[in-house]
Design a protein around this ligand. Structure first.
Ligand SMILES: Nc1ncnc2c1ncn2[C@@H]1O[C@H](COP(=O)(O)OP(=O)(O)OP(=O)(O)O)[C@@H](O)[C@H]1O
Length: 277
């Protein structure tokens, strides 16, 4: 179980994540939603410790994630795999080697640097690719694949870490609709079939509603919503997304008055060249 207790991230004076508290049981598929700059990436990056935690605590079972260092932190990053919008594959390497890089967390550094992968490592990597019908691409250079295929290779790489949790930071933001579905299906399949907890930052509310068990909504770093997808009304979503609501909520109802005021403030600040958040 992952526990976030008053988790806060400060960048100078700015609180990018502000006092977030949530308990995430094993096996949930959690969507983190909110407009651009709301703090979604920063929250995920703190869980993986790509960012330090300014205040509050993140606990996984009994371990204090914020206190981990050295080998303990490395082990945590293996259990808590991360997937990025831009896939982060090594383009000039073949697909199988890219997946094997995920094994680096589980083998001694020297062996992984020398690329001395065991037969068992290779079998695990091929099995992970096969799960997404991509074993036949194992020998191909990663940069010759489509974006959707590259993202599924990245998911296979995360899988061979044998993680408890996968943190996916806008995993479909660069993909066309067909590949978006393939990648979301892949994340849902590993969540359902393997019981891996998935936390996924999503800009599309439709996708979040369709795929997730639970939605966490952030506004200016604060957790303002924690509910089941079917409980989230379009009006509430508009409040969450402000100006961006037209991009994420289908029907054309006007913004509620409060969101309109927030939106025009945002606009005038934007016009002045001062960042709105
Ligand atoms: N390294 C950093 N230094 C300073 N400010 C940062 C840093 N990283 C993020 N921020 C700021 O923290 C806030 C939250 O950023 P974050 O990337 O977490 O938001 P987000 O919801 O993921 O946005 P997006 O959907 O655009 O990726 C933003 O105002 C951003 O500018």
């Amino acid at each position: 179980m992952l526990r976030l207790q008053q988790v806060t991230k400060r960048f100078a004076e700015k609180r990018a994540v502000d006092g977030v508290t949530a308990v995430i049981p094993k096996g949930q598929l959690v969507g983190v939603i909110g407009r651009s700059g709301a703090g979604k990436s920063t929250l995920l990056r703190m869980i993986n410790r790509l960012e330090t935690i300014s205040e509050g605590r993140i606990l996984y079972d009994q371990a204090d994630v914020g206190a981990l260092g050295g080998r303990g932190l490395r082990a945590w990053r293996a259990r808590c795999a991360m997937i990025f919008q831009q896939f982060n594959l090594v383009g000039r390497l073949d697909v199988l080697t890219n997946v094997l890089i995920g094994r680096s967390f589980n083998v001694p550094t020297g062996r992984s640097l020398l690329k001395l992968w065991s037969d068992a490592d290779k079998a695990a990597a091929l099995a992970a690719l096969d799960r997404f019908d991509m074993a036949h691409l194992a020998a191909q250079r990663a940069d010759t694949l489509s974006g959707g295929q590259q993202q599924r290779v990245a998911i296979a790489r995360a899988l061979v870490q044998e993680p408890d949790i996968i943190l996916a930071d806008e995993p479909v933001a660069s993909l066309d609709p067909r590949n978006t579905r393939l990648v979301m299906d892949a994340l849902q399949a590993i969540n359902r079939d393997l019981g891996i907890t998935v936390m996924c930052n999503l800009h599309s509310l439709d996708l979040a509603r369709e795929y997730c068990d639970r939605l966490l909504g952030l506004v200016a770093g604060r957790l303002v919503l924690d509910e089941a997808p079917n409980a989230l009304s379009n009006a509430r979503a508009r409040e969450l997304y402000g100006l961006e609501a037209g991009d994420v909520v289908g029907d054309p109802e006007p913004l509620p008055a409060a969101a309109y005021v927030a939106s025009t403030t945002h606009l005038s600040i934007a016009a002045s060249g001062i960042p709105a958040q």
